[in-house]
Design a binder for this molecule. Structure first.
Ligand SMILES: Nc1ncnc2c1ncn2[C@@H]1O[C@H](COP(=O)(O)OP(=O)(O)OP(=O)(O)O)[C@@H](O)[C@H]1O
Ligand SMILES: [Mg+2]
Length: 364
């Protein structure tokens, strides 16, 4: 996958920007706070339909403006145009278009521009709660298997309804039963998909981690579903009914699944050094990159935010291979020093942009 053009209007620091890309390696250089990550964020928004920094559309809208727009020209087998527009007032809404056609169901636009983001924030996959690990896995599965995102959204919608019903003064048992059986179906297909993908991801994760650590870090990724069958789900949700009423939320189901990363019974969170955690994150991202390549047959775009300084020589070498295999790679960095170590001797044309206060100047 190649991004040939990006157009930004009122997106964060960018009032009006249009960039044409004709290289596979693209660098954004600038001091802190000048808008480098903002640019990567805009590209990732086209891919994931939300910010990898966890911000809302409102927060990405340039201050004191009412609409933002991201336009793009992408190249897979054929060229296609992908656009994302947001309006705040009078009614908050967004529009996503593919070749000028508006998506009726916006989730259909997810992953049309497959990207893998590498950012210092990724450590949260290791250090955050299980919700963060699920988020990472869910986003990957949604990219690989189109119906998944809708199933997940539907599961969450039913879950919300069930929780509302639980909180009502007079419980509607009939309704609860209906929700239980609807949830059981969705829970089963979410679990099956998570099981399948986590197993495959583990294979690539272990391989990458083995390479990165010279065989020293021997960790595994294991899916620990909250229940392991539809029958168990229905049984446990009945058993927990009184507890759920007391708590006012549902305590059974895939929203409580855990994803273990570690060795023996110990999660990496409990014993991992900073370096081990970082290698694990990079390996997880590399593994997701490999799965996307393998399963959808497209080389994803890499968005590499500011990770350069954090990598030792061994990890940099590892990166060169990854960059060799991607469709295109966008990097942000405060200066180009050491970049040669980072991308190796890749003898390819590159574009270098200097970012300053929301404007871009390309080096010739
Ligand atoms: N909604 C917004 N409207 C206008 N400006 C914004 C908005 N959100 C963030 N900014 C500005 O964007 C800048 C941060 O941009 P960004 O995170 O891309 O910086 P960066 O170049 O990646 O910096 P660093 O090297 O520190 O990571 C800040 O100056 C911030 O004030
Ligand atoms: Mg940044």
């Amino acid at each position: 996958m190649i991004l040939k053009r990006i157009v930004l209007k009122n997106f964060r620091t960018y009032k009006d920007l249009s960039l044409e890309f004709h290289s596979r390696l693209i660098f954004f250089i600038g001091d802190n706070g000048e808008g480098k990550t903002n640019l990567l964020e805009s590209i990732s928004l086209l891919s994931f339909l939300k910010s990898f920094r966890g911000n809302s559309d409102d927060e990405m809208l340039m201050w004191n403006e009412n609409t933002f727009y991201i336009g793009s020209l992408c190249q897979a087998d054929d060229d296609f145009k992908l656009e994302y527009g947001f309006e705040k007032e009078p009614i908050r809404r967004k529009k996503i278009k593919l070749n000028n056609d508006i998506f009726k169901k916006q989730s259909d636009a997810f992953g049309l521009l497959p990207c893998v983001v590498l950012s210092p924030k990724d450590l949260i996959i290791i250090e955050g709660s299980h919700a963060e690990r699920r988020k990472f896995i869910d986003s990957l599965i949604s990219l690989l298997h189109k119906p998944y995102l809708d199933e997940l959204l539907e599961y969450n919608r039913i879950l919300k309804q069930r929780n509302i019903t639980l909180k009502k003064q007079f419980n509607d048992l009939k309704m609860i039963d209906v929700y239980n059986s609807m949830l059981a179906d969705k829970d089963e297909s979410i679990r099956n998909k998570r099981k399948e993908i986590i197993e495959e991801l583990n294979f690539h994760y272990q391989k990458a981690l083995g390479n990165l650590s010279g065989g020293k870090d021997n960790f595994t990724l294991i899916y620990k579903p909250n229940v392991d069958s539809k029958e168990k789900f229905l049984e446990k949700i009945q058993t927990n009914y009184q507890k759920d009423i007391r708590l006012g939320y549902t305590t059974v189901g895939s929203h409580r699944d855990e994803i273990f990363i570690g060795r023996d019974d110990k999660d990496i969170l409990e014993f991992g050094s900073q370096g081990q955690k970082r290698s694990s994150v990079i390996s997880l991202k590399t593994a997701s990159f490999e799965l996307i390549r393998k399963k959808i047959g497209t080389d994803p775009i890499l968005l590499i935010d500011d990770v350069i300084r954090e990598l030792d020589i061994k990890r940099r070498e590892f990166f060169v291979d990854l960059i060799r295999e991607c469709g295109q790679a966008f990097f942000t960095t405060t200066d180009l020093e050491g970049i040669q170590d980072y991308i190796g001797n890749l003898d390819e044309s590159r574009q270098i942009y200097h970012v300053k206060n929301g404007s871009m100047v390309e080096s010739k």
